[in-house]
Write a protein that binds this ligand. Structure first.
Ligand SMILES: Nc1ncnc2c1ncn2[C@@H]1O[C@H](COP(=O)(O)OP(=O)(O)OP(=O)(O)O)[C@@H](O)[C@H]1O
Ligand SMILES: [Mg+2]
Length: 267
């Protein structure tokens, strides 16, 4: 760990839904300008973790600091300000189907310009949205389409354009390549890496896809039973030496990870 303040510092983060403990004491530092990829099985709480940082879910315990400022305990206007620095590509892109592709991106631009107290000039918005489309490899011909008329890969591109609108210095990607063919997955990962580098952003990405994890991530962490049980370099994901990480990254049926809820296996 470097001596400088991490851009994002999480300590002791806990979240329970009913009797289900989802996050059970998460500690994570994400250094400024680096990308961290979080891996873990379905339903282990990866999206919940990002949603807690975004303020969409209220955690039960713990702290989340952005540049040393405690987001959970800051005054409401500071919380808003800190969270408006985050651009998010949601799982399944989460575009508004009632809006055109262009209006989806303009929506992202509005939010970010308001956050930066920059004037909103509507004629410039449209051009900026078209510029963002071209940055993710789409041309203006898709502008007036509804997101439901696009392929999965195109939807991810539009979601990415919306996430980078307003040049956020923090970017979150939730399953950016799920549902895409391997080539399109690699293309989206390439765009993500370009965007993160161009903006100098700090990024957290969630993925099940090991090729994607190693393309996007510099650091990696594995979420298992509510905790980050391993953290290391993304390049070591396939050779972590941790039996839980190994089973997951190599997709082995046998190993310490409980895959059948009724079977009592111990770690
Ligand atoms: N708002 C909510 N209310 C109740 N339970 C929730 C809520 N959000 C998430 N959960 C539960 O928390 C657990 C973790 O969900 P989460 O969506 O974070 O999983 P995930 O790791 O992102 O899985 P996947 O890889 O399938 O996307 C699940 O059991 C889910 O049902
Ligand atoms: Mg999820």
């Amino acid at each position: 760990m470097t001596a400088s303040l991490p851009r994002i510092r999480i300590r002791g983060l806990k979240k329970t839904f009913g009797s289900k403990v989802v996050l059970d004491g998460i500690d994570l530092d994400v250094e400024t300008g680096t990308s961290t990829v979080i891996i873990g099985g379905s339903g282990t709480g990866k999206s919940v973790l990002l949603r807690c940082i975004l303020g969409l879910i209220e955690p039960d315990e713990g702290t989340i600091e952005i540049d040393g400022e405690d987001v959970l305990r800051a005054p409401a206007h500071r919380q808003r300000h800190l969270r408006e620095r985050i651009g998010m590509l949601f799982q399944n892109a989460a575009l508004f189907d009632s809006m055109s592709v262009l209006d989806n991106i303009i929506f992202g631009l509005h939010a970010k310009l308001r956050a930066k107290a920059q004037p909103i000039v509507h004629s410039e918005m449209k051009q900026e949205a078209i510029n963002l489309l071209s940055q993710v490899g789409l041309d203006a011909s898709v502008s007036e389409l509804s997101p439901s008329e696009l392929s999965g890969g195109m939807q991810k591109r539009v979601g990415l354009a919306r996430a980078i609108a307003g040049q956020p210095d923090i970017l979150f990607f939730d399953e950016p390549t799920t549902g895409l063919d391997p080539i399109m997955g690699a293309v989206i990962d390439g765009l993500i890496v370009d965007c993160v580098n161009r903006l100098g952003s700090t990024a957290i990405a969630i993925t099940h896809d090991m090729a994607s994890a190693q393309r996007i991530g510099y650091h990696a962490a594995m979420l298992y039973q509510g905790k980050l049980i391993w953290q290391g370099n993304a390049s070591d994901l396939m050779k972590s030496g941790n039996p839980i990480v190994d089973q997951f990254t190599h997709g082995r049926r046998e190993g310490p990870i409980r895959t059948e809820p009724n079977k009592t296996q111990t770690l």
